[in-house]
Design a protein around this ligand. Structure first.
Ligand code: FMN
Ligand code: SF4
Ligand code: SF4
Length: 416
């Protein structure tokens, strides 16, 4: 079996699958159970100034037969006393010395940061994660996303932390911004050892049509919350790749957002992460998913002849280009496999009304035909087709040349 041990910015762990700071890491009981189940690390539910939580506090998007495509929460950081958390952290670390135990922190003044860092180090933590991402409740008090949305403040608070911390420091970034690279570079300037992303995205998951109240309902009212779960993975992957592709950004990245299976984890590695953190999937299915995460990930490495997880990092991210650099000569068109087509004609409706009128219906047959000279190769029909691999895209250019927008005759700013 492939060895999955990892060293992330100096923090070592039996594998790169860590629990994100959230309800599954709220108590020593849970973190110990998770480590017993096989999780490599845990970022403890954020410690900070005393807070009180509301009830109810979660909302979700269910899509067709799929429960919790997206999860929304209006929960704040830990509402348990700091002393209790610290005592449980110390006990877990004593029992699991090889596992990564990270303290997530969020306080306001420099003195509070320094005090909490010292107390966590006394408890034996392996590193810190600075929560600059909480999108509700804490930012109104000048913390969380209020910090993560301002690069100068990110840099300043990170530098305060670096004055005191003797263990590696990870800065957790918010996606509720225009430029993730500005935030990541600010963390780097502040002296951080790594970044993690994404925290949750501002959201309201829905409205109850009978009571006309937004979800989740707190005595007839609600508040915007943070969105996570499978629905946010595309946003997280893009942000991870933007950072990893920035020429001036050099920190390791812990990828977070919508990871549920080993395939999701591999995607994050290929886009530039070198550990991953998971919350919603554990809230949905429990700690047991770690068995499949580790086995599937190790099998993938073995099948593709990679010696260890670090060899995956960023391979796919390096294949991202600005749109202007893509090959305009490359051309694919759709083809329908008549043997597997079930004649639903969804592809016809999609192309006729929503794309390029490149599919025809033939009298006497339910099986549509592609108008090959019209098809622009947009993919839509293959995306709506309910039968796997029934519509595939076939390359039709002769691969003899490559032309990008920069050099295209239609480009008024073309060079030369
Ligand atoms: C109910 C809930 C509470 C959370 N609390 C925290 C927190 O205290 N600190 C933190 O940094 N992130 C918190 N998060 C965000 C998660 O750590 C993670 O960044 C986010 O859920 C995306 O990962 P996922 O799609 O795997 O859930 C919370 C998420 C949820 C759902
Ligand atoms: S969507 Fe797929 S299955 Fe349905 S008619 Fe088109 S090719 Fe056939
Ligand atoms: S690829 Fe696009 S244009 Fe071509 S047939 Fe399918 S939907 Fe129509």
């Amino acid at each position: 079996m492939t060895d999955l041990h990892c060293n992330f910015a100096g923090i070592t762990a039996p594998n790169p699958f860590w629990l994100a700071s959230a309800p599954p890491t709220n108590t020593g009981y849970q973190v110990a159970n998770a480590f017993r189940a096989g999780w490599g690390g845990a970022v403890w539910k954020t410690l900070g100034q005393p807070i009180v939580n509301v009830s109810s506090r979660y909302g979700a998007i269910h899509y067709r037969d799929r429960r919790i495509m997206g999860l929304n929460n209006i929960e704040l950081i830990t509402d348990r006393p700091i002393d209790v958390n610290l005592a449980e952290m110390a006990a877990v670390k004593r029992e699991f010395p090889q596992h990564a135990l990270i303290a997530s922190l969020m306080v306001e003044s420099k003195a509070e940061w320094h005090d909490l860092i010292a107390r966590c180090e006394d408890a034996g933590v392996d590193g810190f994660e600075l929560n600059y991402g909480c999108p509700h409740g804490m930012c109104e008090r000048g913390m969380g996303a209020a910090v993560g949305q301002n690069p100068d403040v990110i840099e300043k608070i990170t530098s305060w932390v670096m004055e005191k911390a003797t263990k590696p420091v990870i800065v957790k970034l918010t996606p509720n911004i225009t430029s993730i690279t500005a935030a990541g570079l600010a963390a780097q300037r502040g002296g951080a050892n790594a970044v993690s992303l994404i925290n949750t995205i501002n959201s309201v998951t829905g409205v109850n049509l009978d009571t006309m109240e937004p979800n989740p309902i707190v005595n007839g009212e609600s508040s915007h919350g943070g969105y996570c779960g499978p629905a946010v993975k595309p946003i997280a992957l893009n942000m991870v790749s933007e950072l990893v592709n920035h020429p001036d950004f050099h920190l390791p990245i812990s990828g977070i957002g919508g990871i549920e299976t080993w395939r999701d984890a591999v995607e994050f590695f290929l886009m530039g992460a070198s550990t991953v953190q998971i919350c919603t999937a554990v809230m949905h299915y429990g700690f047991r998913i770690i068995t499949d995460l580790c086995a599937g990930f190790a099998q993938y490495l073995h099948t593709h002849d990679f010696a260890d997880p670090t060899q995956l990092v960023g391979i796919a991210a390096r294949k991202l280009r600005p749109w202007e650099a893509l090959d305009l000569h490359y051309k694919v068109i759709a083809q329908i496999n008549a043997a597997t087509c079930i004649g639903c004609q969804l592809c016809y409706s999609a192309c006729e009304d929503g794309a390029h009128q490149s599919i025809r219906l033939v009298e006497g047959s339910r099986i549509p035909q592609i108008k090959e000279d019209h098809c622009v190769g947009c993919n839509l029909c293959s995306l709506v087709c309910p039968v796997d691999q029934c519509i595939t895209m076939r390359r039709v250019d002769d691969a003899s040349r490559r032309i990008t927008w920069k050099d295209h005759p239609a480009n008024p700013q073309r060079s030369g």
